[in-house]
Design a protein around this ligand. Structure first.
Ligand SMILES: [Fe+2]
Length: 280
């Protein structure tokens, strides 16, 4: 029997993106783990998958999905789930995650991670979907809080209570994106600390850190800038509350040299170690 896959280390990782694959493959930089977008590896073969197979031997891996449209009212895309299952079997990831969002309806797919209406009806629906995915995959899924710029007039549940309820009702894990909490707290005028306080600490399996851009009064979650000082501060409060957690530096647009990502990861790592030193 195969030994179970170890969880992600409670250390800093980086998102592996196409411009860095050759360098990571050649140099094996010192970083605790890597995360990839699952959908980039849905082909049955080819050089990208071959490189991932090689790199995977030396790093724990997290598979992060962007295309499942978990909250949509369309039926779950079975061929998407089958491809994810095949990729899981091939790469044996420590964690599999998706976004708590929808990306299309009526068979039309948008390249956006759209927020759900935070209502009891949507909560029941998305919980049933998370359960369906966990049953289909035969393993726990981690779901990530998304950024948003508008709220639904019908929303009755604060976002943080909605996210916490999904974890409690389904037993799924949470991927807490600290940048998204800061962006939403600014855009919608809520207290980011109250958000952290509502999240069940034992459900947290990973943390994301990324950069945003300010456009007028709104913060836009671009994943194209360094982690902002306010987000580092919120991250410090997050690990005070959740304990040291696997922490990912996400950078998806205007991708800088790998060294920049590794420097950001080193900052997260030093905060994790400082937190552990205080806890010990
Ligand atoms: Fe994220």
């Amino acid at each position: 029997m195969k030994s179970p896959i170890a969880p992600l280390p409670a250390a800093a990782g980086v998102g592996l993106r196409a411009p860095h694959v050759a360098q990571v493959d050649a140099e094996r930089p010192r970083v605790a783990w890597l995360e990839v977008h699952s959908e980039n590896y849905y082909a049955d073969g080819g050089p990208a998958l071959a490189a991932l197979d090689r790199i995977r031997r030396d790093y724990p891996l997290s598979l992060h999905g962007v295309g499942m449209s978990l909250g949509s009212t369309d039926p779950l895309d079975r061929s998407h789930l089958d491809k994810l299952k095949r990729l899981i079997a091939r790469t044996e990831p420590a964690l599999v995650s998706e976004h708590l969002c929808w990306s299309g309806v009526g068979g039309r797919h948008l390249n956006d991670l759209l927020p759900l209406p935070y209502t009891e009806e949507a909560l029941a629906h998305v919980c049933a979907r998370v359960t369906e995915v966990q049953d289909a995959l035969g393993r726990e899924l981690a779901v990530e809080n998304v950024s948003s710029y508008l709220a639904f007039a019908d929303a009755t549940i604060p976002e943080w209570e909605f996210v916490a309820a999904v974890a409690r009702r389904t037993g799924c894990k949470l991927l807490v994106d600290v940048n998204n909490i800061h962006v939403n707290a600014t855009n919608h005028g809520f207290d980011a600390n109250a958000y952290l306080a509502a999240i069940p600490a034992d459900s947290v399996a990973e943390i994301h850190l990324a950069g945003f851009e300010a456009r007028g009064a709104l913060l836009i979650d671009t994943h194209g800038a360094p982690v902002a000082p306010a987000v580092w501060a919120l991250y410090g409060r997050a690990i005070d509350r959740f304990g040291a957690q696997p922490t990912l530096i996400e950078w998806d647009t205007d991708i800088p040299p790998l060294a920049t990502l590794l420097r950001e990861a080193a900052t997260a790592q030093s905060m994790l170690e400082a937190r552990d030193a205080i806890a010990a």
